[in-house]
Design a protein around this ligand. Sequence first.
Ligand SMILES: NC(=O)C1=CN([C@@H]2O[C@H](COP(=O)(O)OP(=O)(O)OC[C@H]3O[C@@H](n4cnc5c(N)ncnc54)[C@H](O)[C@@H]3O)[C@@H](O)[C@H]2O)C=CC1
Ligand SMILES: O=C([O-])CC(=O)C(=O)O
Length: 259
Amino acid sequence: MNIGVIGTGNIATYLLEQVNENHMADGQITAVFGRNMEAGTRLKERFGMEFYTDLGEFLSTPVDTVVEAVTVDAARLFLEEVVGHKKDLIVSSIGVFKDFAFLDELAKLAETNGTHVYLPSGAIGGLDVLQSARALGGLESVRLTTRKSPMSLGMETDREQVLFDGTAFDAVGEFPKNINVALVLAIAGIGVHETKVRIIVDPTVERNTHTIEAQGDFGKMQLQVENNPMAANPKTSLLAALSILSVLQNKGKSLKIGN
Ligand SMILES: NC(=O)C1=CN([C@@H]2O[C@H](COP(=O)(O)OP(=O)(O)OC[C@H]3O[C@@H](n4cnc5c(N)ncnc54)[C@H](O)[C@@H]3O)[C@@H](O)[C@H]2O)C=CC1
Ligand SMILES: O=C([O-])CC(=O)C(=O)O
């Protein structure tokens, strides 16, 4: 598998380390697209892939799978063209699907082009439970409580404070770099306006902690992940990068685990 990566930041660099240096997936990152020439040249020298600042040129290379690792706003600019070029797509910035119609469009384009769009579970879990729970429409409520350190939220404070309490839709609008998890939860569950989100800044925690509570015909679920932040970008949890690596590892396999 020839893999392309959009982005030259933390997740992009982590994937280059794990795939090209440590051979932790069945394939090679052969091309990276980004806007930062200096970062791209540095990555090229270290990991041996090609670097492109032109998206069309990047997509004309023989990559079969593209990983997006930029930002919610930048993802909106690039994703359609990736699927349009008949590439499989793995999305990190799930917040881009706050516009649900865009996800629908992208999925239809992928179907027409015979490709796949992957939404990794990222920095959370429980998506299997939510999808099973809603199989007959009986999932009633989903709530996410996210607790992060001031550093992870890019702010300074010495007291615990609820920064946001509302819907997944509004959460992504206000915290696009911190709450992609709310969107994947909404997509797997009951939607962006029905999924409730609370974001708390807490100077006593080091880990990015996500607690998911769901209820429905199936019963109840409570799931908490306490994520170690990544050194290169403490806004992002290691589990988020690992989940993309895991999609790459499982992609070609005949055995699928979980729904
Ligand atoms: N799904 C999930 O659970 C999670 C998703 N994320 C998301 O994953 C994405 C990547 O995260 P990191 O690598 O940690 O972020 P990062 O900030 O380290 O890297 C993002 C890179 O995107 C580049 N970029 C921004 N706008 C661009 C544009 N218009 N064109 C080209 N490049 C552009 C920046 O230069 C930067 O290098 C972010 O959107 C982040 O919010 C992060 C954590 C969890
Ligand atoms: O990495 C995390 O813990 C969650 C995060 O930033 C996001 O969902 O955007």
